[in-house]
Design a protein around this ligand. Sequence first.
Ligand SMILES: Cc1cc2nc3c(=O)[nH]c(=O)nc-3n(C[C@H](O)[C@H](O)[C@H](O)COP(=O)(O)OP(=O)(O)OC[C@H]3O[C@@H](n4cnc5c(N)ncnc54)[C@H](O)[C@@H]3O)c2cc1C
Ligand code: SF4
Ligand code: SF4
Ligand code: SF4
Length: 701
Amino acid sequence: MNPVFLTIDNRRTQVARGTTVLEAAEGLGIRIPTMCHVKGLEPATSCFVCAVQIEGRRTLTPACGMPASDGMVVRTDTEDVRRARKIALELLLSDHAGECVAPCAARCPADLDIPGFVYEIAAGSVRQSMEVINRRLALPGSLGRICPRLCEHGCRRCEHDQGLAIGALHRYAADVDGGGKPYVPAKAPPTGKSVAIAGAGPAGLSAAFYLLQKGHDCTLFDAAKAAGGMLRYGIPAYRLPKDALDAEIALISQLGARWRMDERWGRDFSLASLRRDHDAVFLATGAQQAQGLQCEGEELALPGIEFLEQVAKDHSPRLGSSVLVIGGGNTAMDCARSAIRLGGCSVKVLYRRTRNEMPCLMEEVEGAEAEGVEFDFLVSPVRLESTDGRRILLTCRRMKPGEPDASGRRIPVPVEGSDFSLECSTVIAATGQSVERTLAEREGLRVTTWGIAADERTLATNIPGVFAGGDAVLGADLAVRAVAAGRIAAASIHQYLSGEPVVGEPSQWGIAMQPVDELERAEIFRAIEKAARIRMPEIGHTQRLTSFAEIEKGLTEEDARREALRCISCGCRKADCCELRGLATEYQVDPYRFAGERRRFSQDNSHPEIIYEPGKCILCGVCVRIAGEAGEPFGLSIVGRGFEVAVAAPFGLPLAEGLRYTAVQCAEACPSGALALRTARACDLRCGAAVAAGPDLVRLV
Ligand SMILES: Cc1cc2nc3c(=O)[nH]c(=O)nc-3n(C[C@H](O)[C@H](O)[C@H](O)COP(=O)(O)OP(=O)(O)OC[C@H]3O[C@@H](n4cnc5c(N)ncnc54)[C@H](O)[C@@H]3O)c2cc1C
Ligand code: SF4
Ligand code: SF4
Ligand code: SF4
């Protein structure tokens, strides 16, 4: 038969008659995306994602069903084509009932694969769990102790009983992994490039952790004598013991980090000298400046971070018999609870807003109260005076909640004529920290209100080859965000050193399934018994008050596995290989553009090999055609009408009857997560473990 000649994207080609435009493009190595086409099966032309422009045609044409013809001129990637594909994808997603990423993971600033690492703990594979954790998170043992655990507030189990103890679980993995021989990630061969990191706090340590794995040489410069930043000199040992931090820093040494401690930027070295001696620089010097009380006599107060540093260095100052701590954040709680431990004094915290508006963890407040710390809310300092050179008279004013600010918190307003005085031996000012920006400006760096100016995605500063992250950029913030910044900076610096465009980490598109309604909740938890979250064992009250021993003792293996088995493995089974998600990322799709009423989440768990979630089905018919072609006795068909249309086995038969022989093939070919293989997840494990362990464990019926 005569061949046909056509042109695709300005390239001429010859194909056999009957060849489709999709196949002809493929022959030229030109990729036309498609969701519904399966090689060897009749084209369905249903998804319209393979739309192309054919010269002489007013409308776009699906390439999978269009035979090539002589003289045809095809364009596969014009602006119109891209727009049409984007719209087609947005329509496919307009009523999608799925979530690519588990709601807990979506809240973790470090994007930790939470169901992934929790599953490994449930399976008893601590080493594998650490491998999963370390892909996204350095210092998991330290963070497991101090992170405010934003993830746990997003945990779906909060809607059923209690959120999973996620922080405690990654602390457990880090603490017990290897029994003294912890997991050290593999290193790429040396690249010959070197990176200077100024600041060895969580941000700098995390950057080193990932850069060393890429084969770059890393030298960390720090003004302090030991690495760890605020984790060492701010957060007290009863929350984060220094040997736990040391063990994680030792891993970074093992990866090959070089340390230049007791060297200060601005005194012992300059940015210019770092740039001269190294191929790239990461600035992670944190927020070190204590904010004053901004009132008369403020110099009489002891800055909170100075007090905590002295305690950490075993040089605790004399506090006298009565201590007033001013502030309501982590630093204030750490000061108050440290002062109580030093003994011999009463401690009262004064905060200008209400208890519920305190930015620290509520468990910190409860812990402090249990240890005898008193609180007075809606109080602000007005003046400090020295009475006899040893005691301080603090004048305060009562406040009342006023109008909400931009963050929704009510601005405290002074109550006229409400001044009162308190006498004490020490006032500790714990009202926050800020970034010292003068040095950065002097070195030619641009700055913002909070710190060094850096691009949000890449953390690049205005000086080529210089990156910045953590508190130094954000102002006083959270350790987990500093650790995430270190990882992102490492990705950008690696790109910079490899001569690639500096774009930061690839951003992952995702759809979420919020809110989940009552019926969906019932479906999700249909077979899940209620089970309380595991309680972390703690040291006794007397020991707390008389030492800086760690309060939380950590989980036992049994408790950790039991807790991990509570995880119901949310997120999508196909998150890493879903074509719909891949294309939505490529075409920067807005999943909510055409969103109306979405389908309800449901799950068919009845098939022994696969799981079917109809809310994710895009009705491409791939499975229907595979089953039909293979001669399944019943197969699948598209049933129902309008909004209720769905793929199902005919005559109301169970899925296992429809797909007797081709279930795995169908799941592998399904372009979304609608049909997915039953991979090992915590829920599958729970099923088996429940049978083995008897009636105590949470059961999946
Ligand atoms: C008392 C306190 C309690 C906290 N509690 C919590 C908590 O419970 N949970 C939480 O998530 N976060 C908490 N935080 C916040 C958290 O500690 C910080 O967000 C985090 O440490 C920031 O990391 P970083 O690496 O950016 O900076 P830092 O930890 O501040 O580290 C910066 C490093 O740079 C060094 N450095 C500074 N200036 C120079 C210079 N000129 N030259 C050389 N080196 C320099 C410092 O010595 C330090 O080692 C707390 C902070 C404080 C102060
Ligand atoms: S149950 Fe597991 S996967 Fe689901 S939100 Fe909670 S921790 Fe995450
Ligand atoms: S780092 Fe914090 S937010 Fe992320 S998983 Fe751990 S506890 Fe949760
Ligand atoms: S089917 Fe694809 S797009 Fe839908 S939730 Fe799963 S991974 Fe995300």
